[in-house]
Design a protein around this ligand. Structure first.
Ligand SMILES: Cc1ncc(COP(=O)(O)O)c(C=O)c1O
Length: 382
């Protein structure tokens, strides 16, 4: 049997998510109903009824095996200026499916893989599962989670098969700009290394002057973007993601592997996602506002904490990684206590192997933050 590490953050969320009253751990922007997508899209009664008629009368076959042309066009539209065509899209079951399929298609036993840290655990655990030798490329709070590119340059060699980054980053919410991304592309390009950027929080760039480009924008054929409609587009319940790349050989490899574990995604998800992505600017506009407002709320509580809490204020994504300035603090116990005794969900840094930090999601309910932070503050003052 293939050996795997437990997926700490997913197991933690699964344990508490559905039972707490105040969820400060959510990573998705506030999820939408179909009615709400319609409202945002400015849909009138005719649109609503034609969408529901279409859904009700759709024959529930496998649909287009690799995703409908309409869906692939809507996804391609998110990558304008990158040279991507719809032939470079592989539709998957969420970004989690996209990442898994990418590793399945690229990583062999003994391959050297460099993975940014901290990040979503899947990005290091799955390459290990396929026999990869994983080196973590550590980001530091003191550096504002910006990369030490000289260090990366040493870490990546012609023997490195794959470099994995995540922009905007979960858990820190830090965004790397085009200057950094292009230098990372250069490092990969001179070593002929694949470069996967998990862009599941793109284009949620609510607090930057210039939104960075997708990793596909730098003209590097071995670049891969994975993403989904879960986070920035508020539709995690559709379970729809994708791999995007200009490397046609890789696309063939992914599709061939995909035959064994996907066949097709749900035809209903395909239609709803296409509808939503055709109006994505409206969804994004709402979520930018939500994130900006909630960041102000968190900022206020951090200021009031008198130095107990500290952060690198996120520029993108929907999560931040708050540093708890209390000697020897067991943030895992803290988070479990708050979930079990107070009904407040925060994600402890320990599930990212970073004790002393708490991940807070700010794309969700403002009220939950306003109730949760005073409870956290009280706990810390005890
Ligand atoms: C960085 C990152 N990648 C991938 C995923 C998986 O997202 P989904 O499968 O819902 O698209 C998550 C979920 O939290 C994530 O944070």
């Amino acid at each position: 049997m293939v050996k795997q590490e437990d997926f700490a953050v997913e197991q933690y969320m699964d344990k508490y998510e559905k039972y707490v009253k105040y969820n400060m751990g959510e990573t998705c922007c506030y999820s939408l109903s179909i009615d709400e997508i319609n409202e945002l899209a400015g849909g009138d009664a005719n649109d609503v009824s034609s969408l529901s008629q279409d859904l009700l009368s759709t024959r529930l076959t496998y649909g287009h095996i690799t995703g409908s042309p309409e869906l692939k066009n809507a996804i391609t539209n998110l990558y304008q200026g990158t040279g991507l065509t719809s032939d470079g899209i592989v539709v998957t079951n969420g970004a989690i499916g996209a990442n898994f399929l990418s590793f399945y298609g690229i990583v062999d036993k003994g391959d050297h893989v460099v993975v940014v840290d901290p990040t979503y655990q899947q990005l290091s655990s799955v390459p290990k599962m396929f026999g990869g030798n994983v080196d973590l490329f550590e980001l530091k709070y003191e550096d504002q989670y910006q990369p030490d590119l000289a260090k990366l340059d040493k870490l990546v060699t012609p023997n490195t098969k794959l470099v994995v980054i995540n922009n905007p980053n979960n858990p820190t919410g830090v965004v790397w700009g085009d200057d950094i991304l292009s230098q990372i592309v250069d490092i990969c390009s001179k070593n002929d290394t694949y470069l996967l950027c998990d862009e599941v929080y793109r284009p949620l760039y609510h607090s930057v002057d210039h939104s960075p480009s997708s990793i596909l924008s730098f003209g590097y054929e071995k670049a891969i973007s994975t993403s989904s409609i879960s986070k920035a587009f508020s539709l995690a319940g559709l379970r729809l993601g994708w791999i995007a790349t200009n490397d046609s050989h890789l696309v063939r490899e992914f599709l061939s592997k995909r035959d064994y574990n996907t066949i097709s995604i749900s035809i209903i998800d395909d239609k709803l996602a296409t509808y939503a992505l055709n109006h994505y600017e409206k969804i994004l506009e709402k979520n930018y506002k939500l994130c900006q407002e909630n960041l102000e709320v968190i900022d206020k509580y951090i200021n009031e904490s008198k130095g107990l809490l500290e952060w690198i204020r996120p520029q993108g994504g929907s999560t931040c990684f708050i540093k708890v300035n209390k000697k020897d603090i067991d943030t895992y116990k803290l988070a479990c206590d708050l979930a079990e005794k107070e009904g407040v969900l925060l994600v402890p840094g320990e599930v990212f192997n970073h004790r002393g930090y708490l991940r807070v999601g700010f794309g969700n309910s403002k009220e939950d933050l306003e109730v949760g932070f005073p409870i956290l503050q009280k706990y810390l003052e005890q």
